[in-house]
Write a protein that binds this ligand. Structure first.
Ligand code: FMN
Ligand code: SF4
Length: 476
């Protein structure tokens, strides 16, 4: 499929014309305002706290902790960059495992009692950096993302999957080498895991975080439970049972903490798992089971957010006020989750103009915001907009389609983008993420993550050579 690179759309008029000609719907403002009065600089309130503007940093791990789950200098550098970005909402920093078997890689952070002070100091590093640039942090809201990686766990050896899951799945079992039911968590094991989430949340509060994200996205354990329609027992089958894990964690956290809030990062919708087809273009992998997709239609290739909306109502009932939205999974539907021009090494050529992927997330969030105006929604997947990210961000915030603009990859290459937009500084094109996917390809091949093409710090690291050689070998 042919579609132009965003960088080739030289003006905002070209960008808007391209969207129009291809029936891709999203609003975009020709002029981006700066200064305290600008739409993206407006504060909002949540849980009685003021959040100073409409920018949010999305969680992004770097596969660069120690094997004990402690942050390294690389982790600290990334968090300091989050602090200097100018964004006032920090959604989780990065995925932090609640216990060892739930780590997505042997270098993922781990929130044990022993690691508490280090995880606290990571937050402090971010706050210090923020204060040194912006003079205040009273309007900065920082949460920590808590996770169990479920079927994508690799806690001990980077190349060895040690999946734990909630139900069998023909396509995904093949990918993580599940051949029998031994990987399936029993109800008792899930009850213990709920206690582990609660214990980790207590530690997060001690470490100074204002909220925890009980992660329900990207194919990890919480997300997989939401689609556990074929699981039997008290965590599977009915909607009530499939949401028990979340409800029990939230009530446990509320009972065990003083003032800690809970948010959820949620994949609003998903499709059947994709794989590279002819010419490596992504297509649904044969054998996919639509019944095991959360937020998907009967064919597994369309969006149906009936249950998503029901879940958001439930979240409100149990005291949750913030949903950090995302879509799909980086393993099975990366074109939904992380629209990119260049796929990562284990991905596929996008089956659509990636701008359609951005528009799909924007529209889904707007629909949820319309139905649940009492909730704060953070949007994701904007990085592919590249030069026009601020134009679309301003337009969707002004239209009330989302409350806060989440930044993922863009902040790895252009950490101070929010500050530049607020200050009205010259747009730094050379720092704009062009979605080369090196920050995903590297960790998928056992190398630490970072923006190797654009961040001068990673550009000169030894790992860059290793990554380039690997990419050459994969292309050969
Ligand atoms: C290197 C990398 C690491 C990521 N790590 C996490 C993570 O720890 N937790 C999470 O919820 N999402 C993670 N994501 C997904 C991002 O938060 C975000 O949803 C995604 O990159 C799409 O947003 P973007 O278009 O702004 O990049 C990661 C993405 C990247 C590129
Ligand atoms: S490696 Fe850099 S340019 Fe490539 S997708 Fe990641 S952040 Fe963007």
């Amino acid at each position: 499929m042919a579609y132009p690179r965003v960088a080739s759309l030289k003006t905002h008029d070209d960008f808007v014309a391209h969207l129009r000609d291809n029936q891709i719907e999203m609003p975009s403002d020709a002029d981006v305002e700066s200064g305290e009065e600008s739409p993206l600089a407006q504060s909002f309130e949540v849980h009685g706290q003021t959040v100073g503007n409409r920018w949010c940093i999305l969680p992004m791990e770097g596969w660069d902790g120690t094997t004990d789950g402690l942050p390294t200098d690389l982790t600290r550098r990334r968090w300091r960059n989050f602090g200097l970005s100018g964004a006032k909402l920090m959604w989780g920093g990065e995925a932090v495992a609640v216990r060892h078997d739930g780590r997505a890689n042997p270098n993922q952070l781990l929130l044990t009692e022993k690691n508490l002070s280090a995880i606290a100091s990571l937050r402090q590093d971010l706050v210090d950096e923020h204060e040194s640039h912006f003079g205040r942090s009273d309007d900065l809201l920082i949460g920590l993302q808590l996770t169990h990686s479920g079927r994508f766990a690799r806690p001990n050896i980077k190349s060895v999957t040690e999946p734990r899951t909630v139900q069998r799945n023909v396509v995904l079992d093949r990918r993580v080498k599940i051949t029998d039911d031994s990987a399936i968590f029993s109800d008792d094991e899930l009850a213990t895991l709920i206690d582990d989430f609660i214990a980790a949340a207590v530690r997060a509060e001690k470490a100074g975080y204002r909220f925890v994200d009980v992660k329900h996205c990207h194919g990890y354990l919480g997300h997989e439970l939401l689609a556990g329609r074929e699981r039997t027992g008290k965590f599977g089958g009915s909607f009530e049972n499939r949401t028990r894990f979340l409800r029990d964690i939230v009530s446990g956290i509320q009972a065990a903490t003083n003032d800690l809030q809970v948010g959820v990062r949620l994949s609003l919708f998903d499709f059947l798992p994709f794989h590279p087809g002819a010419d490596r273009v992504g297509e649904p992998e044969p054998g996919g089971e639509p019944n095991k997709v959360f937020g998907g239609g009967e064919d597994g290739l369309t969006i149906d957010m009936t249950e998503t909306s029901k879940l958001i109502d439930l979240m409100h009932e149990i005291g949750i006020r913030m949903v950090c939205t995302t879509a799909g999974s980086p393993y099975s539907t990366p074109h939904l989750q992380r629209p990119a021009f260049f796929p990562p090494s284990d991905g596929y050529t996008p089956p659509e103009d990636p701008l359609a992927g951005v528009a799909r997330q924007i529209e889904a969030v707007a629909e949820m915001k319309k139905r649940h105006s009492n909730m704060v929604f953070i949007g994701s997947g904007y990085t592919y907009l590249q030069d026009y990210l601020p134009n679309v961000a301003q337009a969707v915030v002004k239209a009330g389609m989302v409350d806060s603009i989440g930044l993922g990859r863009m902040v790895l290459s252009y950490p101070d983008l929010p500050a530049d937009v607020t200050a009205g500084s010259v747009w730094q094109r050379k720092k704009v993420c062009r979605t080369f996917s090196d920050c995903t390809t590297a960790p998928r091949n056992g190398i630490i993550s970072g923006c190797y093409p654009l961040d001068p710090f990673y550009k000169k690291r030894e790992e860059r050579k290793q990554l380039n050689e690997l990419k050459k070998a994969l292309q050969a």
